[in-house]
Design a protein around this ligand. Structure first.
Ligand code: FAD
Length: 268
């Protein structure tokens, strides 16, 4: 099989798993600046699948694409230290305010420019959490998409085989290329660590930055103007002490408690 050009979509997110008391304000809002910025965990699972294909098929190439402010360069560099060949940052004030549709449009336009055989994305981000961006990118490109993948393996016939999880079972599916696959979940292999030699070699190498002009496409589809999503209202949910109820651990108290939860439609 000839080498594959693989684009991996990586998003810089704040590590909300590190939320501790000191980072939560009195109103329950999280001080994002007090939290570390990391590569979205599922994206590292996607990168590992890309690197395994690169290890297996000579001539393969792994290109990272991220859309975000200049700081997002950090996740590209991190991915290069782990084994990716190149990083492209989509950064322009005209991308600001993008919802998932405008984000995926920009990512699809960037992908079109580099013509990959395969796009791997994380299943979902730990901040926005919509799981929209991978499938929407496929839709813009008109490519097949496979979601919830744990493992991606190239086949001799030029297709790829994907092990994916559904509700309570594992499926194995095959698709032709080009395609978009979203990766993540507990069954997906962890990404290899940064390589010391690569850190020394690539520390000073600049990453490529593309603006809306570099991408071309329909300028009206970028940023806030290309975002049909309207945030009508947002609300912080703070769990208060009154929401805690101690229930005795005997059979009848637990049955009564579950009956109340069912009655109030909290569980079915
Ligand atoms: P998911 O769909 O859950 O992510 C799935 C995968 O897609 C990721 O694992 C990753 O592989 C890929 N992916 C997602 N986002 C990116 C990215 N940016 N680059 C590369 N790969 C990616 N966010 C801002 O930062 N600034 C804003 O001004 C802003 N304005 C918004 C306005 C509106 C009306 C809305 C609804 C959202 C706004 N957002 C803004 C949030 C922004 O839309 C999301 O961060 C983004 O679209 C990704 O969605 P998600 O986090 O749900 O990703």
């Amino acid at each position: 099989m000839k080498g594959l050009k693989i684009a991996v979509l990586v998003k810089q997110v704040t590590d909300t798993r590190e939320t501790v008391e000191a980072t939560v304000g009195a109103d329950g809002t999280i001080d994002r600046n007090a939290l570390p910025a990391i590569c979205n965990p599922d994206d590292l699972n996607a990168l590992e699948q890309a690197l395994r294909i690169k290890d297996r098929i000579d001539g393969s190439q792994v290109i990272l694409i991220s859309m975000g402010p200049q700081r997002a360069e950090e996740v590209l560099r991190d991915g290069i230290y782990r084994g990716a060949d190149e990083g492209i940052l989509l950064s322009d004030r005209r991308f600001a305010g993008a919802d998932t549709m405008a984000t995926s449009y920009a990512l699809a336009m960037a992908a079109q420019k580099i013509s990959p055989d395969l796009i791997l994305a994380g299943r979902q981000s730990i901040d926005g959490d919509t799981a929209h961006v991978g499938p929407q990118t496929a839709q813009w490109l008109g490519w097949p998409q496979v979601t919830y993948a744990e493992q991606v393996t190239p086949c001799e016939d030029g297709r790829i085989e994907i092990r994916r999880i559904s509700d309570d079972e594992t499926e194995v599916v095959r698709t032709t290329l080009p395609a978009v696959v979203t990766v993540g979940g507990s069954g997906a292999a962890e990404c290899r660590p940064c390589n010391v030699r690569r850190i020394l070699d690539y520390k000073k190498q600049p990453v490529t930055v593309w603006t809306a002009d570099d991408l071309g496409g329909d300028a009206a589809r970028y940023g806030l103007g290309g975002s049909p999503t309207q945030v009508v209202k947002s609300r912080t949910i703070v769990a208060e002490h009154k929401d805690t109820e101690w229930v005795a651990s005997d059979e009848s108290a637990l049955s009564e408690f579950v009956a109340r939860l069912v009655e109030s439609h909290i569980v079915e």
